[in-house]
Design a protein around this ligand. Structure first.
Ligand SMILES: *[C@@H]1O[C@H](CO)[C@@H](O)[C@H](O)[C@H]1NC(C)=O
Ligand SMILES: *[C@@H]1O[C@H](CO)[C@@H](O)[C@H](O)[C@H]1NC(C)=O
Ligand SMILES: *[C@@H]1O[C@H](CO)[C@@H](O)[C@H](O)[C@H]1NC(C)=O
Ligand SMILES: *[C@@H]1O[C@H](CO)[C@@H](O)[C@H](O)[C@H]1NC(C)=O
Length: 675
């Protein structure tokens, strides 16, 4: 393919720039507005629209315009009296202990909020006769603390306006310098409290270590006879230190030179991102310049050429072509440089943030550019971490943003009624209920789900989707979560302290909601990084004869627990050798009879809980299958790892990928956005 005409590409890049500037301008207006109107009170200016919402015919409005026009002071708010979707009384099996349900006890019925919805799941203490497992104790503890935190949240006065306003601005230095010693003391991490902004740059002076033999190489395939491989590699990473808790921070940019090569055998540089332990597609620079038809980043190529040893260039030849040029007077001599990193030789690397991506220069020369990826923006890049075979001598960062609106969900949430959940159908009878596991601080993830595939549910009267979220360790997160829940009306709070080992409780809560609050025929469980193609899932569900018990998903047969490593499962946790057949957690469907069985066993304290919710489900269904045959339907299109075209569900999708997939889906294309 030919490269675009120069004029054309210049024109389009200037359009991009203009757009970006417009976007920045619009954002600034929005930002200033937000600053002076904290805290947002979920106010509407448009009474007519509000009265008609949440019908699906609600006109789509642009976020920015919407927010800017919404300037009525609180006192003038009209009481829209839109109460939360009340639970259908007939189906209401019990009143949960800690959770005065929905409609009864909301203090602020005068604002346009919806009532906080709490899971009806009740955890009761047994004075157990049998032995209680470690997990049982953890559950009890999490539940006790969670109820306390939740009660405080519900009746407490955290959302003090003053407090919030002060918290919205964080002051940060314009530039930072760190010496070798300071850098080492700080765990080889440079914290950038306000993240980066357009034009920010970080310069690192460092020296790669001498290559060393590595017996268990991570990057090189061992040679014959298990010989040690000679390795010298290091990693420079921009990480999102503040975006997640209790998980590895996302690697917004991973820059990994391998001086001795890897399987390619040649020195190379790998660039990538990693979101929720899922690596993106690696971008490898191996000494060949990017193809002419490949996209550029701010006009720069993704990979520059360097001299490969198979080119047979040397200092000598460099002199030769220099002389050649002088003698012949030729202008078009290509300058070639060697691989930028040499063992034990100091280099100066500068990483800068452009309009379209990150640029890496070494010793004054452009080496590689990496287009922005995933759902992260520049201000999320709050740390520079360096690791591997390298000695850092100093780090300097400059042109940094000096203020930051903290990590407020405001940044992620679009407070617009078009994303609010429609009311539940009056009798609660739906074909499919989708419970989405989420964590308190996953504001961006939830917003992306709302704006993408959940839209296809909002328009369908026989489907309902809700997020299931537990209490977070940070108070601020809970306060923000409460507001989010009260506005969008699509969050069910399960009042226990969240922890990785207890997500299984949310799965039980999903069953409870689907089977009791609603009377859904089928219940689907997914995660907030799952993209669901709902019509395909429904089609699969409908293939099953009415009345049959169903377990549909990407089913693992004869899997064994991992007994060592980070994700290991002890014999105490899982004594059996094999797992039951179970569908992968990111997306599966069960019939409601199974959900009823699970809830009733949970209430009788006979439900065995295991920390992996999907294995637990497999275990419960195996048990159910003993009395009533269950139709197990295995389909790989419920993707467990990432996405492939033609998916039913895709996993590990970042907010940006979700929006991209939704755009494609609206054009009728079941395609991934694997960037
Ligand atoms: C259960 O045990 C607790 C103390 O561990 C005790 O206070 C409570 O009365 C017991 N409840 C029953 C129903 O036996
Ligand atoms: C907020 O900041 C103002 C000054 O900037 C200060 O007077 C006030 O006490 C602060 N309020 C809180 C709750 O921190
Ligand atoms: C280094 O660490 C200290 C304490 O851990 C912290 O106060 C300081 O801000 C850090 N410096 C930088 C530049 O990240
Ligand atoms: C379900 O039960 C039937 C017998 O009723 C059995 O043949 C089948 O293997 C069971 N399925 C699983 C996955 O355990």
């Amino acid at each position: 393919m030919m490269r675009k005409g120069k004029m054309e590409s210049v024109a389009s890049s200037s359009i991009i720039k203009r757009r970006s500037i417009q976007a920045i301008a619009v954002f600034s207006v929005f930002y200033i507005f937000v600053l002076y109107n904290m805290p947002f009170n979920f106010i509407y200016d448009d009474i007519a629209a509000s009265q008609s919402f949440p019908s699906s015919s609600f006109p789509a409005r642009k976020l920015v315009g919407d927010v800017i026009t919404r300037t009525l002071p609180l006192e003038e708010q009209v009481d829209f009296a839109i109460s939360a979707p009340a639970r259908p009384r007939t189906l209401h099996a019990k009143v949960p202990v800690a959770s005065a349900p929905a409609s009864s006890s909301t203090p602020s019925s005068s604002s346009n909020r919806r009532a906080l919805q709490v899971s009806g799941l009740v955890f009761q203490y047994t004075n157990a006769t049998g032995p209680t497992s470690e997990l049982d104790k953890v559950v009890r503890n999490a539940w006790e603390t969670g109820i306390k935190v939740f009660t405080e949240l519900k009746f407490g006065k955290f959302d003090e306006d003053e407090n919030d306003r002060n918290q919205t601005m964080e002051k940060c230095p314009h530039s930072m310098v760190m010496s070798e010693l300071e850098f080492i003391r700080n765990g080889s991490v440079l914290e950038l409290p306000c993240g980066l902004t357009l034009g920010s740059h970080i310069t690192l002076m460092a020296k790669p270590n001498k290559a060393h033999p590595e017996i268990t190489p991570k990057i090189a395939i061992p040679k014959e006879g298990n010989q040690a491989t000679i390795v010298s590699q290091f990693m420079i990473e921009l990480q999102g230190l503040k975006t997640v808790d209790g998980e590895d921070p996302p690697r917004i940019l991973h820059f990994n030179p391998r001086l001795k090569g890897d399987w390619s055998g040649k020195p190379m540089i790998e660039l990538n991102t990693c979101y929720r332990m899922q690596w993106g597609i690696a971008h490898r620079c191996d000494g060949w310049k990017s193809r002419a038809d490949e996209e550029t980043v701010d006009g720069l190529v993704k990979c520059e050429k360097w001299i490969r040893d198979d080119d047979d260039h040397s200092e000598e030849s460099k002199t030769k072509w220099w002389l050649n040029r002088i003698i012949s007077g030729k202008k078009m001599v290509q300058i070639e440089w060697p691989y930028p990193f040499v063992e034990e030789k100091i280099f100066v690397l500068t990483l800068s943030a452009g309009l379209e991506g990150y640029h890496v220069n070494v010793d004054g020369r452009h080496i590689a550019s990496f287009p922005y990826r995933t759902g992260f923006v520049l201000e999320d890049a709050t740390g520079l971490s360096v690791s591997g075979d390298i000695q850092v001598q100093s780090v300097f960062s400059g042109s940094l943003p000096t203020t930051h609106p903290t990590f407020s969900p405001l940044k992620h949430l679009e407070i617009s009624s078009q994303w609010q959940a429609p009311p539940l159908p009056p009798d609660g009878a739906v074909e499919l209920f989708i419970g989405i596991l989420s964590a308190g601080n996953h504001f961006a993830e939830r917003m992306a789900v709302r704006k993408s595939w959940m839209q296809s549910i909002a328009k369908s009267p026989n489907m309902v989707a809700r997020f299931f979220v537990a209490m977070h360790g940070r108070k601020k997160v809970n306060v923000d979560l409460k507001r989010e829940a009260e506005f969008f009306g699509d969050i069910i709070i399960v009042p226990f302290m969240d922890s990785y080992d207890l997500v299984v409780l949310k799965t039980v809560a999903i069953c409870e909601y689907g089977a009791r609050v609603l009377s859904a025929k089928h219940i689907m469980k997914c995660d907030d990084d799952t993209f669901v193609k709902i019509d395909s899932v429904m089609m699969e569900v409908k293939k099953v004869a009415i009345g049959n018990s169903l377990y549909l998903g990407n089913i693992n047969f004869h899997h064994k627990p991992l007994r060592n490593g980070k994700w290991s499962v002890t014999y105490e946790e899982w004594p059996e050798e094999d797992y039951p057949s179970y569908a992968n957690g990111p997306g599966y469907v069960i019939s409601s009879d199974i959900a009823h069985f699970i809830i009733s066993d949970f209430e009788k304290h006979t439900l065995r809980l295991f920390k992996m919710e999907d294995v637990s489900m497999g275990m419960w269904i195996e048990q159910f299958n003993n009395t009533r045959p269950v139709q197990y339907i295995h389909d790989l299109r419920f993707c467990q790892f990432g996405c492939f075209d033609g998916y039913f569900t895709a996993h590990y999708q970042s907010p940006r990928q979700m929006m991209c997939m939704w755009d494609k889906l609206k054009q009728g294309k079941t395609e991934c956005c694997n960037f």
